[in-house]
Design a protein around this ligand. Structure first.
Ligand code: MTE
Ligand code: MO
Length: 207
């Protein structure tokens, strides 16, 4: 064992679930919001999916809650450095919504947008295959407003800035269009395992 005198941080235990350059936030769940937390009641919430789809449509809270339940259990990774393990988000898989709207073959990317105006761009491939959720529960409880309640997007295999809080909709496009952070120098894809923090980091933005 290697002990460094004067080192006051938490013990460094090798954790294979920790992407490069990240630390384990433990029980902490920091709040990161670029905007003021909106006062959004479930009755005022709706999700709209449009753009390059066969059947654009919107879901109210009641309609979304009636869809088959799906949960994510695992880790989340914020680009500022913290990762959090053993989180549990409950909601509906985005695949269920794609089945309803039927994306065109030409759709390659999505812009996810918040009721506040915050946006994030994502390759459509990162939002399919059981890797993305529309979530309203955390640890079996309603998602709190500061963490995106009543409903947020959860895309845990990418940096958490992609997981838009107070999600209002997804628009499918045939090209990539930078969102809020991506337009401010962050990476278009944001894969934590490739350390794609800033534009130009890591590989070309594909798997
Ligand atoms: N609407 C909205 N969604 C957002 C953000 C934001 O500022 N506004 N911040 C992003 C960032 S950088 C992170 S790390 C996570 C933080 O979620 P949390 O506050 O629940 O930890 O939300 C993401 N989604
Ligand atoms: Mo973040």
């Amino acid at each position: 064992m290697n002990i460094t005198r004067g080192f006051t941080g938490r013990p460094r235990v090798h954790n294979p679930g920790l992407p490069p350059g990240q630390y384990d936030a433990g029980d902490e769940w920091p709040v990161l919001s670029a905007e003021v937390t909106p006062d959004l009641a479930p009755a005022d919430w709706a999700l709209r999916i449009d753009g390059l789809v066969a059947q654009p449509r919107a879901w109210t809270w009641e309609q979304a809650r009636a869809l088959p339940a799906s949960a994510y259990e695992g880790a989340i990774h914020c680009v500022t450095g913290w990762s959090k393990f053993g989180v549990r988000f409950g909601g509906v898989s985005l695949d269920t919504f794609w089945d309803a709207v039927r994306p065109h073959g030409s759709a390659t990317h999505a812009v996810a947008y918040s009721h506040t105006g915050y946006t994030a761009n994502l390759p459509l491939a990162d939002l399919t295959g059981g890797r993305a959720w529309i979530a309203w529960e955390y640890d079996g409880r309603p998602l709190t407003p500061e963490h995106g309640g009543p409903v947020r997007l959860v895309v845990p295999h990418l940096y958490f800035w992609k997981s838009v809080k107070w999600i209002a909709g997804l628009r499918l496009l045939d090209h990539d269009e930078p969102g809020f952070w991506e337009g401010n120098g962050y990476h278009p894809r944001g894969n934590p395992w490739e350390e794609q923090r800033y534009s130009g980091d890591g590989d070309d933005g594909h798997d």
